[in-house]
Design a protein around this ligand. Structure first.
Ligand code: GLU
Ligand code: MG
Length: 450
């Protein structure tokens, strides 16, 4: 580089990005010089309606409700800003991004925005039910070392050591981002790890899931490692799940899911809420297990989910009452939470969480009874036993799940039409793009995309 005497050398400009995490769970956005942030805080930056129908393969469906026309704004939620300085690569620019809501150019909310859908549902919980939602998304992923190394035994200290440099940087970056990381652990699968963070209230929980995914990818990028959150990376290998832990509190923060005198410690409110989620679970899969490869993960004896039921400490149940410990300082009520397991990282955290909350609210509003509950592996029950308990099988494919969502009138009608029109158009396109792929090719395809 030549230098002119007396002229200051160039230095890279720091950038801030306004992001939206779309219907296929991909975080997209636009960047500007950080020192110009004040220009963007109130009126945001431009965005395009058709961006919401981008498939994971980055195509726009032929049946898209949005075309080449129209303009929107990404309006930042300044409380959601994430800043993380460079990690293992000393030359990497800092990460600086802010979650945004998609609005019309006059500031009205845009009906197909997944973050707005979740914000509105959280508000409905507050206004209509006097409740707030505390939630945490656990993520499993596969890590490929920069120099290939033999996989170590499941859950082992040697597997922990193999991932320790990565894990240390990851925990540091998540702390800097305010994501409150808890554990980094080697998992059951080959080269599989899991990262968990503390729960957050409302929309911040879904934002935190996005932050976790993006920061985890960034640390791998800086270390020259490959990483994927795809639900299956080998047809017969161990799946990567996302487990959503949720609890309900009143507006003062008192736990509302627990009642020590009732069955499994679940309060009446908790029973109706769980009953709603279980009732709509097969349809919810269209949004929580939203890609063709998701259905290679779901199934009996995978410790993921195969039937719509609640289980007490049962990892084969799609909705699980998690263990509490009766020692230490936290009360049982404070620890008590339900875990939704039929979820993976090809889903939008905002859309998935909103739909699960809608299902739970419908359960509360309709006082749905909870019958689909078992401590057994649901697949080991006879068909008659499952039928008498009202335990339904989860869909076996994405087209089946989409059909179930369309037929679940109360849930479907609770979702804004511009959002469902966009979602069905893009999922139809995604199915067409992948329908020639074998299971092994699907795994490989989605491992590259997620
Ligand atoms: N890997 C399992 C899944 O696909 C979860 C195992 C666990 O319980 O952590 O969901
Ligand atoms: Mg796990």
């Amino acid at each position: 580089m030549s230098r002119t005497p007396g002229v200051a050398p160039l230095t890279p400009v720091d950038m801030t990005t306004l992001v939206t995490t779309d219907l296929v769970g991909i975080t997209r956005g636009r960047s500007f010089p950080t020192d110009e942030l004040p220009r963007y805080t109130a009126t945001g930056c431009g965005w395009v309606p058709a961006n919401i129908v981008l498939t994971p393969q980055d195509t726009i469906p032929s049946e898209s409700p949005w075309g080449a026309y129209g303009d929107l704004r990404l309006i930042p939620d300044m409380s959601s800003r994430v800043t993380v300085s460079n990690g293992p690569d000393a030359n990497a620019p800092a990460m600086d991004f802010i979650h945004a809501d998609i609005c019309e150019t006059d500031g009205r909310p845009w009906a197909a925005c997944p973050r707005t859908l979740l914000t509105d549902e959280i508000q409905r919980y507050r206004d209509q039910l006097g409740l707030q939602v505390n939630a945490a998304f656990e993520h499993e992923f596969k890590l490929g070392m920069a120099t290939p190394q033999p996989a170590q035994p499941a859950l082992s200290l040697t597997a922990q050591r193999q991932g320790a440099e990565f894990g240390g940087w990851l925990l540091s970056a998540l702390r800097a981002a305010g994501a409150e990381p808890e554990m980094f652990l080697p998992e059951f699968g080959k080269n599989q790890y899991e990262i968990t963070c503390r729960p957050a209230l409302g929309v911040a929980a879904a934002d935190r899931a996005v932050n976790l995914r993006e920061i985890t990818r960034e640390i791998a990028r800086q270390m020259g490692m490959s990483l994927t959150f795809a639900p299956k990376t080998e047809e017969h290998g161990v799946g990567n799940g996302v487990h959503l832990h949720m609890s309900l509190q009143d507006l003062e923060g008192n736990p509302k899911l627990y009642d020590e005198n009732l069955r499994n410690g679940l309060s009446m409110l908790g029973e109706h809420w769980a009953a709603g989620i279980v009732h709509y679970l097969p349809a919810l899969c269209a949004l929580t297990a939203p890609t063709p490869v998701s259905y290679l993960r779901l199934g009996p004896h995978h410790w993921s989910a195969s039937y719509a039921c609640l289980g007490h400490r049962n990892r084969e149940a799609a909705l699980r009452i998690c263990p509490t410990v009766s020692m230490g300082e936290k009360s049982q009520a404070q620890q008590f939470n339900l875990e939704f397991r039929a979820l993976d990282a090809t889903a939008s955290p905002h859309l998935a969480m909103a739909a699960i909350l809608i299902a739970g609210r419908l359960g509360i509003e309709q006082c749905l009874p909870l019958t689909a509950i078992t401590d057994k592996v649901p697949d080991d029950l006879s068909a008659q036993e499952r039928e008498s308990l009202g335990i339904n099988v989860l869909p076996a494919s994405l087209p089946e799940a989409l059909a179930m969502l369309r037929d679940s009138k109360a849930l479907f009608d609770a979702l804004p039409k511009p959002l469902t029109d966009s979602y069905f158009a893009l999922k139809k396109e995604e199915l067409t793009l992948t329908d020639q792929l074998s299971p092994a090719q699907l795994c490989e395809h989605y491992a590259r995309l997620y």
